[in-house]
Design a protein around this ligand. Structure first.
Ligand SMILES: *Cc1c(COP(=O)(O)O)cnc(C)c1O
Length: 375
């Protein structure tokens, strides 16, 4: 992390999100802060996507690149809080169920805190990068013969009967840490919230956390309004859209392959209080944006992250923003933030499956030139 905060006295390095937003978080002088200096991730303008949504330039889309966190996903925001509080409470071991990123994050922060970490993941359904992280950070990894929902049920049972702290998003401190992303976006937009926010929804902790962050900022008078929240599930794992749990969720976006979200009610509340939507997108729509965003904006995120972007493109096509564009201009655009929740390098197998394979050539200029497609 090289980012520095400008202050009257000059600059100081980013201290991690607990120190940066301490007055808004449930920590005290007694809380030992476990941090990898997470947060302060870039909010990157996406000119290609903006033009795609409105060729007249009345829309500005920005991508919150949370894959830039230390373990490559937004899960670090919650984990710095959960691990600090577990340590404060004298816990020696943590446990979590995970579709991959929570386990990577828990394992890293447990290593930093000197705690034991146990992770339960669904066998065969987690991206290689995430599994390799949990292993390398030194967690005890159990591959459960079942899906994520089975893992989470097991973790809850472990929490009731064993001396371990649960660090899934049902841990209230996770949501507290994650809400800081909303504060950052407001800061990065010069003290204004966006008009709309688009994001993926899996276990629904993140949409809950963002809504809490925006709501607290509004209650404190730091902002005068809150964004319209638009969440997207995968079509094969869409319990909130259906209004019923999905027994066997299926999607290539493994981070949102969840059939019975823990924060279901809170997600619905965020949608309804903000006048937003929770809909779904197909795997084909997700993969199209996965490639398009990489090639057009130069940013890679894991497939689940692109559910929000795919949702944005989909609703824009049906005229979702039309009524809201009157009075807008390129100098006063409608601002839409999409959350890129996890880094594209997490899932190299998917990237290789989607993209053009390299061409093998002899080490000879003529041969390379012959195969080159310039211009
Ligand atoms: C965890 C995760 C999600 C889903 O977030 P929820 O809080 O479970 O809704 C989306 N994308 C990525 C990359 C994740 O790791």
């Amino acid at each position: 992390m090289t980012t520095a905060i400008a202050t009257a006295a000059g600059t100081r390095p980013w201290p991690g999100l607990i120190q940066a937003y301490r007055p808004h978080l449930p920590v005290s002088e007694r809380t030992p802060i476990v941090t990898l200096h997470e947060g302060n991730t870039p909010l990157v303008p996406a000119p290609g996507l903006s033009r795609c949504i409105d060729p007249a330039g009345r829309v500005q889309v920005l991508l919150k690149f949370d894959g830039a966190n230390p373990t490559g996903s937004f899960k670090d925001r919650g984990m710095t809080m959960a691990m600090s509080k577990a340590l404060e409470e004298g816990k020696r071991a943590v446990v979590c169920a995970s579709t991959g990123n929570t386990s990577a994050s828990a394992a890293a922060y447990a290593a930093r805190a000197g705690m034991q970490c146990v992770v339960l993941i669904p066998k065969g359904n987690i991206a290689l990068g995430k599994l390799s992280q949990a292993m390398l950070y030194g967690a005890e990894v159990f591959e459960v013969e079942g899906n994520f929902d089975d893992c989470l049920r097991l973790v809850v049972e472990m929490g009731e009967s064993l001396p371990v702290e649960i660090v899934n998003s049902i841990n209230p401190y996770r949501i507290q840490g994650q809400k800081t992303a909303a504060f950052e976006i407001i800061d990065q937009l010069g003290g204004e919230p966006p008009d709309f926010q688009f994001m993926p929804v899996g276990n629904a902790g993140n949409i809950t956390a963002y809504w809490l962050g925006y709501s607290e900022a509004a209650a404190d008078g730091r902002v005068s309004r809150r964004p319209v929240m638009c969440g997207f599930q995968a079509a094969g794992a869409n319990p909130i859209v259906r209004g019923a749990p999905v027994e066997k969720p299926e999607t290539i976006a493994t981070a949102i392959r969840i059939g019975n979200p823990a924060s279901w009610k809170q997600a619905v509340a965020a949608r309804d209080e903000s006048g937003g939507i929770i809909e779904d997108v197909t795997d084909e729509e997700i993969l199209e944006q996965y490639k398009w965003t990489a090639r057009t904006e130069g940013l890679i995120a894991e497939p689940a992250s692109l559910a929000g972007v795919a949702g944005l493109v989909k609703v824009a096509k049906r005229g979702f923003f039309e009524a809201r564009l009157s009075g807008r201009s390129p100098s006063h655009p409608l601002r839409i933030v999409c959350i890129l929740t996890g880094h594209g390098l997490k899932d190299p197998e998917r990237a290789i499956k989607c993209a053009t394979a390299p061409t093998t050539v002899p080490a000879d200029l003529k041969e390379v030139a012959k195969r080159l497609r310039l211009g």
